[in-house]
Write a protein that binds this ligand. Sequence first.
Ligand code: HEC
Ligand code: HEC
Ligand code: HEC
Ligand code: HEC
Ligand code: HEC
Ligand code: HEC
Ligand code: HEC
Length: 316
Amino acid sequence: MKNLIFLIAILMCVGLQAQPERLKVDMISPPEKAGDNNQCFECHGKKVYEYVNASTGMTERKVMNPNFVFDQEVFYKGVHRHFSCTDCHSPDYETFPHQSELRFEPTYSCLDCHGGDETFAAYHFETIEEEFEKSVHASRHGEQFNCWMCHNPHSYTAMTRSDYKISEIVTSHNLVCANCHDNPVNFQRISDSTKKPLNEIHNFLPNYKLHFSSVRCIECHTSVQDTLWVSHQILEKDQAVKKCSECHSANTMLLSSLYKYQNREARKTGTLNSVFLNEAYVIGANRNIYLNIISIALFGMTLLGILIHIIFRIKK
Ligand code: HEC
Ligand code: HEC
Ligand code: HEC
Ligand code: HEC
Ligand code: HEC
Ligand code: HEC
Ligand code: HEC
């Protein structure tokens, strides 16, 4: 009986440890510098912008380069929502036409601001950078490939630390990769190599669509690091997971990667089964509502048993 209590205590600790620290950024109050940003969104929030031509005095309308158009709503949902555009860009952008030298302004890297900052220790920025440096992207394309390639400066948010469902996390994380690997324009900004589309590369998987909406690219393409919520070391293709049993088994590796979040979700909704059924977890088991009920009932009965046992002990 003591062993059982001990086991439950351990399971609970494991469960609690798996809880990621949530976002510290205030995601509710209105963005602090929206007032300053309005002038930029006046042009960069629209497909067509207007300006007064200084030499003719006429108002002209022009089409904005679509890569330079950002959705305000999306910007203000990102982790840098309280920033003004000129916190990251030169204040010289306040004049238009922009000076042409500005195009060569150096951009900040994540580590310029986050490196060595205790406030963000939970993210392990330094470890992420080390992993990234070892990834195929950095080792093959050096400086050209930086953190911003995957972290859109105008929308990035840490989804795994907010209230997103696993399915939303999967879709959105995969889009980051697919947006380049399945988009020749973006891909060829970095490499001339021609790649097959992702569905052809991965035709060894039955039901490609279902797989790509249930697991993330990084599940198969990185080695999982315990301290990180999102591993960043993308490995060479010949080191990718191909064995079906890595996932389709009771001890699926997804427990230490993707399903970390599921445990969190389960705790939130009160269905503790994925934490307590960890060892017995099989893909899809969580969907079985009867199994859920039975496992919760069993767990409840066990607790009751312990309680009664303790009461009798004390009485004795
Ligand atoms: C110019 C400085 C700067 C740069 C560059 C920058 N950040 Fe930030 N970041 C901040 C500051 C300051 C905050 C806190 C904002 C607040 O509290 O409103 C923040 C917040 C965050 C948060 C939320 C932390 C939390 O727990 O709430 C994440 C995640 C984050 N940044 C990731 C990144 C990543 C990834 C990059 C690079 C792709 C990056 N940042 C680049 C300054 C920066
Ligand atoms: C009157 C319209 C207008 C306003 C206002 C405006 N921009 Fe621009 N911006 C443009 C256009 C057009 C381009 C693309 C052509 C160019 O570089 O001039 C551009 C380009 C840029 C670029 C990319 C430069 C490059 O080529 O890489 C940045 C960064 C930028 N703007 C930032 C800002 C910021 C920050 C603000 C607000 C302080 C701002 N802009 C306000 C019209 C505007
Ligand atoms: C957290 C820092 C940060 C903030 C805040 C920020 N930007 Fe940027 N922006 C960047 C970085 C970094 C790049 C270069 C991205 C890259 O290298 O791919 C960039 C690129 C751009 C570009 C050129 C896009 C391209 O595809 O080359 C424009 C235009 C721009 N920003 C406008 C804005 C405007 C307008 C705002 C405010 C609404 C803003 N930025 C806020 C960091 C920021
Ligand atoms: C190949 C794409 C890619 C590159 C390159 C990349 N990241 Fe990420 N990163 C991601 C994805 C996808 C996520 C998950 C988004 C989220 O937080 O939900 C992520 C998440 C993160 C997080 C949040 C992790 C957490 O614990 O919540 C941080 C911090 C981060 N990245 C920092 C960096 C830094 C610093 C670099 C550059 C040294 C970098 N990333 C380069 C794809 C990338
Ligand atoms: C901005 C574009 C871009 C993004 C975003 C991106 N990649 Fe890549 N990826 C590349 C390029 C370019 C290469 C190198 C191709 C070459 O030159 O051989 C590459 C290489 C790879 C390789 C190695 C293939 C091999 O030949 O061994 C894998 C695996 C990979 N990427 C997976 C991912 C994953 C997973 C993500 C998302 C977390 C991602 N990539 C995000 C552009 C990108
Ligand atoms: C179920 C595991 C799995 C998932 C999920 C997965 N991959 Fe792969 N991927 C592989 C394997 C295994 C290979 C090696 C295939 C081969 O060599 O025949 C591969 C190969 C690749 C290559 C190298 C292609 C080449 O031939 O140069 C790229 C790039 C790639 N994957 C990107 C991605 C991206 C992006 C995603 C997410 C949208 C993703 N993968 C999801 C297992 C996976
Ligand atoms: C990275 C983990 C992973 C790998 C590797 C993997 N799968 Fe899957 N597979 C999943 C997940 C997650 C689902 C979706 C399960 C669900 O939605 O219930 C799935 C679904 C399936 C389905 C569909 C089941 C159904 O309900 O229709 C089949 C069949 C399947 N996988 C076969 C394979 C085969 C064969 C391989 C090896 C070539 C493989 N899988 C490799 C994770 C994986």
